[in-house]
Design a protein around this ligand. Structure first.
Ligand SMILES: [Zn+2]
Length: 202
C-alpha cells in the first residue's frame, strides 16, 4: 500500500482544505489538524463550531473594512470616536492590536493587504480609492499610516503619504513607526512600543 491508500480520507481532505488558507502550507495544516485531535471530541466540536460561526458571520465593515459581524463595525458606530482621524492598517488584526491599547479615539481604514509588485498586488487591489473618498467626505484632519514596518509596509506607506499629500494639501499625514523587538508584524508588536510610537508619530 502506498501513502495515498494509508492516509485516511478525512485527514487527506482536511489537510487539502486547510492549505487553501493563505500562508498555510502542508506543515501548518498538519500542525493544526493533528493538534486539534489532541482535544477531546467535545472541545473539537466547539473549535469547529466557533470557526463556522466566524466564517459565516464575519464580513468587512461597509465604512472601514474592519472585519466585523455587523454591517457597520463597533468602532465606526461609536459616537465617541472621531471620524476626522483615520488610522490606516493592512489587516483587521492590526487595528485590533491597536485597540488593545485602549487609547486611540479615531477610526480605522483597512487596506486589505499591502502593495507588493512581486506578487502582483497594486494599489487598485487595495481599498485605497475608498480611503480617498472617506478623507474627502469626512473632512479628515489626520491620517495615521500604521502599515507594517517591513519593506512592503514602508513602500505602501510612502505611496499613501504621497497620494494623500497631493490630493489634500491641508491634511496632516503621519507615520507610526515602532521599535521592532521581535517579529515585524504590527500584530505582534509589544504594546509598549506600539504605544510609544503613537505618541512619537511624525
Ligand atoms: Zn468600521
Amino acid at each position: 500500500m502506498g501513502y495515498e491508500e494509508v492516509l485516511p480520507k478525512p485527514i487527506k481532505e482536511a489537510l487539502e482544505k486547510i492549505t487553501k488558507i493563505p500562508t498555510y502550507g502542508e506543515r501548518g495544516a498538519s500542525r493544526l489538524l493533528y493538534n486539534l485531535m489532541k482535544l477531546d471530541l467535545e472541545e473539537r466540536r466547539a473549535v469547529v463550531e466557533s470557526l463556522r460561526e466566524a466564517a459565516e458571520s464575519l464580513r468587512p465593515c461597509k465604512e472601514c473594512f474592519l472585519l466585523t459581524d455587523a454591517d457597520i463595525c463597533s468602532v465606526c458606530s461609536d459616537p465617541k470616536r472621531s471620524k476626522r482621524f483615520i488610522c490606516v492598517v493592512e489587516e483587521s488584526q492590526d487595528a485590533y492590536a491597536i485597540e488593545r491599547l485602549e487609547r486611540y479615539k479615531g477610526v480605522y481604514h483597512v487596506l486589505g493587504g499591502r502593495i507588493a509588485p512581486l506578487e502582483g498586488i497594486s494599489p487598485q487591489d487595495l481599498t485605497v480609492d475608498r480611503l480617498m473618498e472617506r478623507v474627502e467626505k469626512n473632512r479628515v484632519r489626520e491620517v495615521i499610516i500604521a502599515t507594517n514596518p517591513n519593506a512592503e509596509g514602508e513602500a505602501t506607506a510612502n505611496y499613501l503619504i504621497k497620494l494623500l499629500k497631493s490630493r489634500f494639501a491641508s491634511l496632516k499625514v503621519s507615520r507610526v513607526s515602532y521599535g521592532l523587538q521581535f517579529g515585524s508584524l504590527l500584530e505582534f508588536a509589544d504594546e509598549l512600543s506600539l504605544e510609544k510610537s503613537f505618541e512619537n508619530r511624525k
